[in-house]
Design a protein around this ligand. Structure first.
Ligand SMILES: [Cu+2]
Length: 191
């Protein structure tokens, strides 16, 4: 009983139970196995993103994103006031996170490849692309770059999945994926 001191004062120096040794060995080997398999899953599991990260000043990232939006805005998203930006295929695409929005809305063509740059202007946010469940942590001062090729037409939501304050639950962005060469559809209402 733990209420009494152990009879053997060298209780910490007794041999470890055989069953416990076996479990420690199994847990350790499983950890090693999972660690090495991260490399394998990078190629087969489509769950580890091939992303790059560069240091960038948040003001510089904001400037690039705004210049990008100025150049390629095609319409407004419903009556939300958010520009819908349709960049040329193969180009660099910028989207920033800040309290509490993802800006701007993107419109990409199916089957085309883009360099998607993500960063935050204030503090940590999360980029969670729904419903495909791609997740990236987005920090201020870092330009997270992913080479993406959207493969399905549709409307995707970008949900902030790192708690970032009182408006966190309202922080939702949008990415449209359209057929290549198709003109942008007429503005819909709502957002
Ligand atoms: Cu956020």
């Amino acid at each position: 009983m733990a209420i009494h001191p152990p009879k053997n004062r060298l209780w910490w120096n007794e041999p470890v139970e055989r069953g416990e040794i076996v479990w420690i060995a199994i847990a350790f080997l499983w950890g090693v196995f999972m660690f090495l398999f991260m490399i394998w899953w990078h190629f087969t599991g489509t769950q580890n993103l091939s992303n790059e990260a560069y240091r960038i000043d948040p003001d510089v990232f904001a400037e690039r994103t705004e210049a990008f939006a100025d150049q390629h805005t095609v319409r407004e998203e419903g009556d939300t006031g958010f520009p819908v930006v349709r960049p040329p295929p193969g180009s660099d695409v910028y989207m920033y996170a800040r309290l509490w929005e993802w800006w701007p809305v993107l419109e990409l063509e199916r089957g085309q490849t883009y360099r998607l740059h993500l960063s935050s202007l204030d503090w940590q946010h999360g980029f969670s692309l729904q419903p495909v469940n791609i997740n990236v942590q987005v920090h201020p001062g870092y330009d997270m770059v992913m080479t993406v090729t959207p493969d399905r037409v549709g409307e995707y939501s970008v949900v902030c999945n790192e708690y970032c304050g009182i408006g966190h639950h309202t922080m939702v962005g949008k990415i449209h994926v359209v057929e290549p060469g198709q003109p942008a559809p007429a503005a819909e209402s709502g957002g």
